[in-house]
Ligand binder design. Sequence first.
Ligand code: SF4
Length: 504
Amino acid sequence: MPVKDLTISGAPEFRKAKSPEKPPSVHASERPQKVGFVSLGCPKNLVDSEVMMGLLARSGAELTRRAEDADVIVVNTCSFIESAQQESVNTILEMARHKTAGKAKKLVVAGCLVERFRDQIQKDIPEVDAVVGTGELEKILFATGVGTPLPNNSPLVVIQSRPEGDARAAQGRFSRENWEGAVRDLPNYLYDETTPRILATPRHMAYIKIAEGCDHPCTFCIIPQLRGQFRSRRFESVIAEAERLAQCGVREITLIGQDTTCYGEDFGLKDGLALLLEKLAGIEDLRWVRFLYAYPNKVTGKLLDTIASHEKICSYMDVPLQHASATALKRMKRGGGADVFLKSIAKMRRVIPDLTLRTSFIVGFPGETEKEFEELCDFVREAQFDWMGAFSYSDQDGAAAYALEKKLSSREIERRRKHLMSIQRQISKKKKKTLVGREFDLLLEGESEETELLLEGRTAMHAPEIDGKVFINDFPEEIKPQPGQFYRCQITEAHDYDLVARII
Ligand code: SF4
């Protein structure tokens, strides 16, 4: 099978499929019934998949987990970094085999990769019948051949952009001019509480997307071009969705968006996230509410006070800092630095004494000197994060950092990433040890994915899917632990990242 290398570096490697012929189109009378979905990337993309599945189900499609049973396969892609793009392409090619050698009649590609490589996907992978960008989720009905969008059914999106967003737009932050095939209009879709949605998460937890898009100028990131200007959902819409989810059995809600801390600014709301959390904490059937992706300089005193004063709001913050050296952060166009960050972390811990703090960094940003990297390592040693992720910098055509000089070799980037993670591993190990003997509420997820001899769950210190796990190896005889239920547990063992506990 010929391999096609792109001329753009930093782009995924597409592969021309064997047969250049398009399969016959599906007629209305033989409309496909079973749709299979593959959702890649982050929880924000997962919510898009859930919305598309909801739209399809409402129009009569049956959803299937088995690709081999599907008449139509949808791959909802990620384009955040090069490895995510490559994973997306590989998945499309894998699913294409169900068309060439299996039952599937249609293959649809959706998501961020479409915004970036709209034409190229269809040109180089002829099995792909249709593409659906991040701003056109309702087109999934046409694309799959399942139905047509209902008239007047689009969620009401009142775009009242933030002045920062408009200023950045004027500076060309959202420009996709050099992206071959990219549609001119930026995505501006945002679902609301009336949009059907089928949860792909366990019954007891759900994500709620409270905002979409991003106005920040981070030079390594193309998400603003892929997802459009920042826009928030209406306050009442988020509350209505949370209430409905709680009525359906959801006990834990995680608020997401590219930047949740800007929530409401586009309609003049001050401390919108804090107000939203406060209101959500009043929903009786919810037990845990948390949010992810806080922008460092948007963490206000009011937000911290709100977290500290409501038991249902998890004392958990995820603040991606990206780096700690002021000079590297300047090149990233993020601002801040170790001293400023240490001060705000101290404040966060003062206001929320039991805070669990997560962050993530990019290692090997262009021009990152040994000294800057050492600054980052020293900062990590000092800040003592509970959870930390480190990403290797990868070049993205379309991101401002693409044009920067002094790129590091991938070998050196990997060396630095491993070194940073080894520092954090020691910190994590030490921190987890201090938890042994302590008691926590635990949300039981079910049988462990690693062995059926153990159960696993999470405490408020663990956000879904990203943090370590709590394995349960003991519980009283009279208890039959049920997934989705809360139990009091005592930590009995600690590993580098995971914990072992018994239900008491
Ligand atoms: S805050 Fe920066 S890194 Fe995050 S989505 Fe916006 S531009 Fe990208």
